[in-house]
Design a protein around this ligand. Sequence first.
Ligand SMILES: [Ca+2]
Ligand SMILES: [Ca+2]
Length: 459
Amino acid sequence: MHLVKKALLSLALPFLAAALPAQYLTHYWVDATKGSDTNPGTSPAKPFKSITKAVGLARLNAVVHVMPGVYSPTTTKEKWAWRIGTGASTPYKNVKILGAGPSKCVIDFGNTPPTGGYYIMVWHFASKIEIAGFTFKNSNRKKWYYFTINMEHCKEVNVHDCVFVDQTGAMAIWGGAQDVSVHHNVFTKGPYPALRLRLNDTSSPKPKNDYIYNNLFYAVGHNAVEITGKSGAQHLYNNIALNCSGYGFLGGPAKLPIAFENNLAFGNTNGNFKVPFKLSKTNLSVDPMLVAPAKGDYHLKPGSPCIDAGHVGALPFMGADFYGDCPLTDSDENGIAAAEIGVHEVNFNHLSVTNWGLGKTAVFTNTPYNASKSYPGFFFLGFRSFNASHPQVGFFGVDPTSILVMPPLPAPGKFQLALPQNPLLKGLPIYVQALNFGPRQGGGGYAFKPTARLTLYLF
Ligand SMILES: [Ca+2]
Ligand SMILES: [Ca+2]
């Protein structure tokens, strides 16, 4: 059953790397326990201690890798605000700040007021900025606008897989924010509205094409989502507002364009939806059936009305759900792939890797959650990411034209990959995904079971 497939990348990779653009020229590492801000920060062996230090340097084509730990004014001497996009001779462009995951990487504001108003400012024409994998907590309450992340006049900003706990307003999106994607985050507690979408029509450029999807707002001490202003082409899909003290979703433009579909609001004290536009029937007010949200378990129970009830279609920057699995699959095996509502995609496969690195032999493990089942499958390794959705397969995230390796890989199954020791490949991103398929539970046809797309950097 546990087939081990083997492949060598030693021959092909160096030739390919020479033809690839260097997308991420600089990588920084930050480690709260063993780092030092007098280190160079450019290798895992000599990491910085504070994220503040790395964010000050990582301005163009850079990735900041944040190791597990607590980052605060006392533990790592963090200073706020982080100004991503201003005060720099070179505007911030193509910068990723990646935590090790919200259960491992905590940014603790330590009740310190941020200088200049907000904790993290993404503005002044910053573009292609990604922030993922953190828990944020303990913001100062002296001002209502001490937002954790504040965006304005920025483009292509992607915030995902973060937990915002008890914040003074977790996020604000103001005028001029374009192509922003906020997804698979959890917002909980806090004395002010968790997310404010302020679509200021008089700003230049006007805000447009912002996507707020598959987030969970749970027990926020105020409104979950507030929308003011009327600039168009805003998209809110597949979000849950549950048991908040104010409204679930409040405000918005009276007329389209606003795409507001497949959201769920339930048990919110002042009301679930208070919006001036005609509410589509895809939006629900029923119990989403989360496992134990008060204990931080945001999985869906079997039979949840959220399963395959989300908006169908590819969304920008979609990578994985809150738990690291494929964000859009045919969960109920009826032949039609659809995203869930909320942060958890019910999915039966998981792809993981060990021993990844230059000169090593990486081992990929393709696992079905239900060990009594097995699926035939394929493994894809490519050099460019892709965001596509197939109506039956679901989310596919590796650019087909960049795929180098595509061996059969059933689930359960393992695949070994020998990686060359070549310094030219340092920092190169590699994208992998497994696609498994088997007979549908209901009989007739196939059910496709993609895993998440993993992004792996060679070092
Ligand atoms: Ca689904
Ligand atoms: Ca389905």
